[in-house]
Structures are given as structure tokens and as C-alpha cells.
Design a protein around this ligand. Structure first.
Ligand SMILES: Nc1nc2c(c(=O)[nH]1)N[C@H]1C(S)=C(S)[C@@H](COP(=O)(O)O)O[C@H]1N2
Ligand SMILES: [Mo]
Length: 226
């Protein structure tokens, strides 16, 4: 099994994230994914319910999951709707002539936001996933639905997805002044970990964060383990 540069395999699939010890956000009784454009980027908005999502053609993706901190969960099987399918069927009808979309913001119920180039989000293996390894997504991994972009570091893959925002230019990064400023493209095989520093250089620093973040994230888990 070959992993991208600087990654090492872990057993299972840990809960991990900037939420650290916070429990997963409450899920509304009737969850929707809001699809909208920033500053007139789309001609209208839609609120896609999970029932609407379930009617779109489905896809299965087998992939490893790579966190920028350096751990990889291997052999995951995701099911859901390809982002490309959602885009073709629900977003293209809202496009405004001569207003090209360049970036997409994925927002979670916990307020988490990730920014991707539209081209990266349109890769074949990018899914809006509602099932993992044959079961509905649990709260550790982003219930009720999450983004999964296996070719990019995990921070792109927003859990508890509730809003997809389309932009005509790069939205301001929320972590611009952070020492761990996220790379804009975050492609795992190119080791695009950090916005300015080479991936190789930040590896040891990021790796040191795995233990503490993993332990804190497990503390916020609401999944019963037997
Ligand atoms: N809503 C939300 N999504 C998130 C995060 C988060 O804190 N909140 N953390 C990101 C990071 S850094 C990683 S590595 C993955 C971890 O996914 P997992 O908890 O399913 O392992 O989720 C990503 N998506
Ligand atoms: Mo991560």
C-alpha cells in the first residue's frame, strides 16, 4: 500500500478536527444543505433536503483519508452523491452567463468552513457522503452528511455539511494569520500542507499535534463504542 509523502497509516478512523473536545453539533430535525452564491454569483439559492439529495444518482468511492497532520485512515468506503453530479443537476441551472465560479466554500453545522477551487471540488472522487463502510454516517465523522475529497487533506472535507457557497473570486481565508495557514489546494500527492512552507518542512511540527488533538477529539465523541 502506498501512501502520499509524509503520511503514516493509523488503525481505524479517529475523530479529529478543529472542534477538538467539543461534541458534534446538534442536527436539525429536517436538515438541509443550502446552496447559494456570494454577491450574485448564482441566480438564486436552493435548500436541498436530505430527501432531495437521496433522489440524485448515487456513487460509491473507496479511498484512504489523509489528515494534514500526517495520519491516514485506509480502505474507507464512502457512499453518497458526487459533488460533480450535484453541481450539474442543482447548481448549473442557477449559473449566471459570464459570471464564472472559481471557488466553493463548504460550511458545517459547527461553523467550520473549508475553501476549495471549483476545479478541485469537481474531481471524480469528491462526494457529498451520507454513508461510510455500509452504515449511515455517525456523528464522529460528520452526520448527517459531509464532504469527502480524498485527493486533498482532510481539512477540506467539511463534516456536518449544511451550506455550499459559490464564489467568483477567492474568499478571504479565515486562518490567514495562523502559523498553520492551510494550503489553498491541499493536494495530498503534492504534499501541499502549508500555504507558504514546503510540506516536508512542516511535517514534524504537524505530527506533534496528532496525539493531543486525537485525544481531545475522542473526548467529544458521542458514539457509543462496544
Ligand atoms: N465540521 C467540521 N468538519 C471538519 C473538521 C471540523 O473541525 N469540523 N475538521 C477537519 C479535519 S482537520 C479533518 S482531518 C477531518 C477529520 O475527519 P474525521 O473526524 O471524520 O476523522 O475533518 C475535517 N472536517
Ligand atoms: Mo486534519
Amino acid at each position: 500500500m502506498t501512501l502520499p509523502p509524509g503520511q503514516h497509516a493509523v488503525d481505524g478512523f479517529p475523530r479529529f478536527g478543529t472542534h477538538i473536545h467539543h461534541p458534534p453539533p446538534p442536527v436539525p430535525a429536517e436538515p438541509v444543505i443550502e446552496i447559494c452564491g456570494a454577491d450574485g454569483a448564482l441566480a438564486g439559492a436552493v435548500a436541498l433536503s436530505l430527501a432531495d439529495l437521496a433522489e440524485l444518482p448515487r456513487q460509491e468511492v473507496g479511498a484512504d483519508f489523509h489528515c494534514v497532520a500526517g495520519w491516514s485512515a485506509t480502505g474507507l468506503r464512502w457512499e453518497g452523491v458526487a459533488f460533480g453530479t450535484l453541481h450539474r443537476l442543482r447548481v448549473e441551472p442557477l449559473l449566471v452567463p459570464d459570471v464564472p465560479i472559481s471557488h466553493v466554500v463548504f460550511e458545517g453545522l459547527d461553523g467550520y468552513r473549508s475553501i476549495a477551487l471549483l476545479d478541485d471540488a469537481l474531481a471524480d472522487d469528491v462526494l457529498i457522503a451520507d454513508r461510510l463502510d455500509g452504515r449511515p454516517l455517525d456523528s464522529d465523522h460528520g452526520a448527517p452528511v459531509r464532504l469527502v475529497s480524498p485527493g486533498q487533506y482532510g481539512f477540506i472535507s467539511t463534516k456536518h455539511l449544511c451550506r455550499i457557497e459559490f464564489h467568483t473570486s477567492e474568499p478571504p481565508a479565515t486562518d490567514r494569520w495562523s502559523p498553520i495557514a492551510a494550503h489553498r489546494r491541499a493536494r495530498v500527492w503534492q504534499e501541499e500542507r502549508h500555504r507558504r512552507l514546503p510540506g516536508r518542512v512542516v511535517r514534524p511540527v504537524y505530527r506533534a499535534l496528532i496525539g493531543p488533538i486525537r485525544a481531545l477529539s475522542a473526548r467529544g465523541s458521542r458514539v457509543m463504542r462496544t
